[in-house]
Write a protein that binds this ligand. Structure first.
Ligand code: SF4
Length: 455
């Protein structure tokens, strides 16, 4: 939690000596709160006050990185309880769990399925983030071989879950001696190591420190989480994730919320780490509902079992929506878009540049099989009715876009179709643009039929 100027002032020497370049300690405190000056400008600050101020400057929820390079995932560093207060910053990573007891053919099929969990929605790629292998066999050698087999078959990030730190180190040792045939030793991909036995937290912390990988600690209560993170942090590891494993969805969500609130509102550092949640439901539909609940409140990593894309896609969509900045709607570039093999006689449709509007309209036009031009007007990312109400989608703005985009030189007609919801614009638009205006359907679902009958 960021300190106010007055909070900072209480920690300063209050001598008003001016050595920092400010007339008073209060003026310095105000500048410090606004990050216009650094603390070291005050030579009289006590060590105790410095420690308190340095600590307050840290993000309330630690940023943790799993993986490396372009595919790495970053979780944590969140600053608000509710999205409308600002936004959520680091989208929850969606992972998939496989047991090391599965036969090789099953493991290969599983990895292949997870690799294919890549979708495009409103112009953005959404996909799975991570594969987690669990040491259910309690056989370190088998676990290591399965983990390495998976690493060789995916570019996704990796997680290792076990009760035994020896099993984790076996993976690193086996992959590090060159026999495993991986491009990189396993630990160099910065997997998340998940300690599933809280009594083994210290030995896991040693492995995390030795190989510079993030660690997840399994805890059954807030108190236990605070104790374990403190122990692990003191051992020199600070990329920590908390895996709450208390029974029951409501109990878990309650604890996730308490932990987030404690970190953000009470500045309780021991709970200021991202949260990991394994789903417990077996059937795909309840598991999907459970996973979405975790994404909403407040897991940074969610690991599920079912890899059926029909159930994964809605989860990825929910995540995409929750982590969208509410003050910045997803937009497409305002310009002419060609759908299909357009000609000079193709219809011209205008709409706004709100991504969801554009992709919905484009999808319906594609399914109509009528090659069409879409002209997206700059509505600052608002949908049709919102933009109209905000005067961002007016007859004058549409006319200006028709002129500016160059469509007049592309088609051999001057007929434009506007959304049914803004039929009120048709007369004025004809007047200011010189184009003949047709009013299209209100809903995108009517576009296909409308275009097939358009002349
Ligand atoms: Fe206050 Fe420190 Fe500035 Fe002196 S140098 S006025 S003690 S803040």
């Amino acid at each position: 939690m960021a300190l106010s100027g007055l909070d900072i002032y209480k920690l300063l020497p209050k001598t008003n000596c001016k050595e920092c370049g400010f007339a008073t300690c209060l003026a310095f405190a105000m500048a410090l709160a606004q990050k216009k000056v650094s603390l070291d400008k005050c030579p009289r600050i006590t060590a105790q006050a410095k420690e308190a101020l340095d600590s307050a400057a840290q993000p309330p929820i630690k940023l943790v990185t799993v993986g490396t390079g372009e595919t790495k995932i970053e979780v944590g560093n969140e600053t608000v309880m509710y999205r409308h207060e600002q936004k959520f910053f680091h989208p929850a990573a969606i992972g998939f769990l496989v047991e090391d007891t599965l036969p090789e053919s099953g493991i290969d099929a599983f990895v292949s399925s997870v690799n294919k969990l890549v979708f495009e929605r409103v112009g953005q790629k959404i996909s799975a983030s991570l594969i987690c292998v669990r040491n259910s066999s309690n056989d370190a050698s088998l676990f290591a071989n399965v983990a390495i087999r998976i690493a060789g078959r995916t570019d996704l990030n990796l997680a290792l879950a076990s009760n035994s730190s020896l099993a984790i180190e076996e993976v690193f040792k086996l992959s590090g001696d060159g026999r495993a045939g991986l491009n990189l030793p396993y630990h160099a991909r910065r997997p998340l190591i998940i300690c599933e036995d809280s009594s083994a937290a210290s030995s896991f912390a040693e492995i995390a420190k030795k190989y510079n990988v993030p660690i997840a600690l399994t805890c059954s209560s807030l108190d236990e989480a605070a104790q374990l993170t403190d122990i692990v942090k003191k051992s020199g590891v600070d990329e920590i994730v908390i895996n709450f494993n208390m029974a029951g969805l409501s109990k878990r969500l309650q604890n996730f919320t308490f932990a987030r609130r404690a970190a953000l509102k009470k500045n309780i550092r021991a709970l200021g780490y991202p949260i990991l949640a394994f789903t417990t439901e077996q059937d795909p539909a309840p598991e999907l509902a459970e996973a979405i609940s975790y994404v909403l409140k407040y897991a940074g990593i969610v690991i599920m079992k079912n890899v059926n894309k029909d159930f994964v896609f809605p989860l990825l969509v929910a995540r995409q929506d929750i982590y969208q900045d509410p003050q910045k709607p997803v937009q497409v570039e305002p310009k002419i878009y060609e759908i299909g093999k357009v000609t000079k006689d193709s219809p011209v449709v205008v709409t706004t540049n709100f991504s969801i509007t554009y992709f919905t309209v484009a999808g319906e036009i594609e399914s109509s099989k009528v090659p069409t031009y879409i002209i997206c007007c700059d509505s600052e990312g608002m949908s049709v009715l919102t933009a109209w109400a905000a005067e961002k989608f007016t007859a004058e703005r549409i006319a200006e876009m028709l002129k500016k985009c160059g469509i007049e030189a592309i088609v051999a007609h001057k007929k434009v179709i506007i959304p049914g919801y803004v039929s009120v614009l048709s007369g004025k638009l004809e007047e200011v643009s010189g184009w003949s205006v047709s009013v299209g359907p209100r809903e995108a679902s009517g576009i296909s039929n409308y275009l097939r009958n358009w002349k």
